[in-house]
Write a protein that binds this ligand. Structure first.
Ligand SMILES: [Zn+2]
Ligand SMILES: [Zn+2]
Length: 369
């Protein structure tokens, strides 16, 4: 947990000017007073609606969790099998204190949900993390009409424009084949939850054997047992023969950098899969030989299209380039605000477990909207 970091990040009370709203921004998370529940709270609460199982959205210590059915196995794996969790499907609705709560596809990772809250006809939607591109594995993002929309803005600058998923996979396959010709292992660094499964579901497994680090294999197993159509991958164990890596693609989290685990795969080439790879310089800073700009967050156009499609006139921007993006939305005529939360964007972090935002200093390098 990065609790220490959050404490310095969250400064209150600026958000308290929004106290009379259906959803409020408090020092524990997004709160619905009428329904007495929180969305993705970062401090312990009684009732928590969880958008998805990344560590900056799903914390330990709540009395009751409510999440999409497909998030539950990973939530239990990460937070403990003894958590009290109620599961829901997309479009299903339940009522609490007269507030209707429903979950809608966010397209970010398997099971990720936008939370729609409806009280006496006033509708608010909290997006959690989302992407508008269909990755072929997560249920595709669906816009939900609302009066107010709470959006992330991890990649909320015009410089971020994703290429098609197919072109990224073509690039990856080409790199893998070239490494095979040279007898070099192809190591891809990615998140254990989300990115790893997206890569697995998109790669051409006829090219060669695919291995995964234990942290990724564990999440895969959970998803496969929950019915997700993922190819079987080989776990790397102490007995795995070195020769088997020469033609292999190996998925690992960035926590393996500078470890003996990684050194055993030598010779290898490192590829990094992250939206940040679209920025020149990040690849080099991260000791990667090649960067694949594959993100599980909406790009600039995705954010703008999504917000427009909600029809919301009020928008709250929770994480990422909140200052720049909320300013841009105000210029477009929306009632947009920046709010402080503990959510972080796509991170190039050392744990490789969840998500976090890293200051890449790109504000000095790119034009602002
Ligand atoms: Zn996330
Ligand atoms: Zn997040």
């Amino acid at each position: 947990m990065r609790g220490k970091h959050y404490d310095s990040l969250i400064t209150f009370p600026p958000n308290f000017v929004f106290m009379d709203q259906l959803l409020q921004f408090t020092d524990r998370g997004i709160y619905c007073e009428a329904g007495d529940f929180y969305i993705d709270p970062w401090k312990p609460v009684n009732r928590a609606v969880i958008t998805h199982a990344h560590s900056d959205h799903a914390y330990r210590g709540h009395n009751l969790y409510l999440a999409h059915r497909k998030s539950v196995p990973v939530l239990k794996y990460r937070l403990g099998s003894d958590i009290q969790v109620q599961s829901m499907d997309y479009m299903e609705s339940l009522s609490h204190n007269g507030v209707a709560i429903s979950l809608h596809p966010a397209g970010h990772i398997v099971g990720s949900s936008q939370v729609r809250v409806d009280y006496q006809g006033e509708v608010w939607v909290a997006s959690g993390d989302y992407k508008t591109q269909d990755d072929g594995l997560s249920t595709p993002y669906e816009p939900v009409k609302c009066n107010a929309f709470i959006s992330e803005s991890t990649f909320g600058l015009p410089i971020f424009q994703w290429r098609s998923q197919q072109s990224i996979f073509d690039q990856l396959h080409q790199w893998w084949r070239k490494n095979q010709d040279e007898g070099t292992a192809s190591v891809i660094l990615c998140y254990a939850l989300g990115k790893a499964q997206r890569i697995l579901s998109g790669i051409d497994t006829s090219i060669g054997p695919v291995f995964a680090h234990g942290a990724i294999a564990n999440i895969n197993d959970l998803m496969i047992s929950a019915g997700e159509p993922l190819p079987e991958v080989l776990r790397i164990t102490a007995d795995t023969k070195k020769e088997s890596f020469r033609k292999a693609l190996i998925l690992a989290t960035s926590s393996v950098l500078n470890t003996s685990w990684l050194r055993k795969l030598a010779p290898f080439s490192i590829g990094y899969a992250s939206g940040w790879m679209q920025i020149r310089g990040n690849k080099r800073r991260r000791a990667a030989d090649v960067g694949f700009a594959l993100s599980d967050h909406a790009d600039w156009n995705g954010l703008n299209t999504a917000i427009e499609a909600t029809g919301a006139t009020k928008v709250f921007v929770t994480h990422g380039y909140t200052y720049q993006f909320s300013k841009w939305l105000r210029e477009k005529g929306l009632d947009a605000h920046e709010v402080k939360t503990a959510y972080v964007g796509e991170q190039i972090d050392e744990s490789g477990e969840g998500e976090g935002f890293e200051n890449t200093n790109i504000l000095n390098e790119v034009p602002l909207p």
